[in-house]
Design a binder for this molecule. Structure first.
Ligand code: MD3
Ligand code: FE
Length: 230
């Protein structure tokens, strides 16, 4: 059996299930996977998600400008929320389904995201948007870039919870062949630098159930979407 050069012993141990360890895996300039870094906080993040966010802004399947219903269900919290509709993609201070502002970002979310960003070298990360994605088996996200934020120098922090997924990490152009990166419950990825504008996606989720989420994967993405001084 061959292993990738970057795979260190900690990761091998984790994959073999012998110890609760965490490791850092550089994916490329500006992108780092922090394996298992959310394991201790997962139950708290999921409880706050349900009570503080989903209670006020329930899951919904948005429709793309091209008229396709997204297989991923979404919600948002924070001052701004990412929205897709027939008019395009944008950040909006209001939930179009309720007409009200998105639920505030739970204190636990903001604290955790800032901690993870700082650990990857981005001090002072203060997200104003958290897009929450729910994948049920079969749901996928096709290759795209995140370009709706104002300042691409700000990183994006992602937290994977529940069922595992295969993440596709492409390049600066669509032609670049995407690399497959498995993301498991508790994995955190910080996307900054050149990686911030790379194409990426998620393969169709495999069937399964997870003790904390049931039959789905939930991904939190923390963003600084608005201007530095609103
Ligand atoms: C790489 N979400 O919400 S998270 C998205 O697993 C999104 O739900 C995926 O792509 C998910 O836009 C992937 C990891 C991620 C998020 C933002 C990125 C990777 C990124 C921005 C630039 C490069
Ligand atoms: Fe994305």
């Amino acid at each position: 059996m061959t292993r990738d050069l970057f795979e260190d012993d900690a990761e091998v141990r984790r994959e073999e299930g012998t110890a609760a360890v965490s490791s850092s895996l550089p994916l490329g300039p500006g992108a780092v996977v922090l394996r298992g870094r959310a394991l201790d906080d997962a139950a708290m993040l999921l409880a706050d998600l349900r009570q503080q966010v989903l209670a006020r802004a329930p899951w919904r399947h948005m429709v793309t400008p091209g008229g396709f219903r997204m297989s991923v269900a979404m919600s948002n919290c924070g001052a701004l929320g990412w929205v897709a509709d027939r008019g395009g993609y944008r950040y909006d201070p209001r939930d179009p389904d309720s007409g009200r502002p998105w639920p505030p970002m739970p204190a636990s979310f903001a604290r955790f995201a800032a901690q993870m960003a700082a650990g990857a070298g981005f001090d002072g990360f203060a997200p104003d948007a958290c897009l929450i994605n729910r994948y049920e088996p079969g749901a996928r996200l096709s290759l795209h870039q995140d370009r709706d934020e104002r300042d691409f120098d700000q990183p994006i922090v992602s937290v994977s919870l529940g069922l595992p997924a295969v993440f596709l990490f492409g390049g600066a152009t669509r032609a670049h062949k995407a690399r497959r990166v498995p993301l498991a419950h508790g994995d955190v990825v910080v996307w900054g630098g050149p990686a911030r504008l790379h194409h990426h996606g998620v393969l169709p989720l495999a069937e399964g159930t997870h003790p904390l989420t049931g039959r789905c994967r939930i991904n939190l993405t923390f963003r600084k979407a608005g201007p530095a001084r609103p």
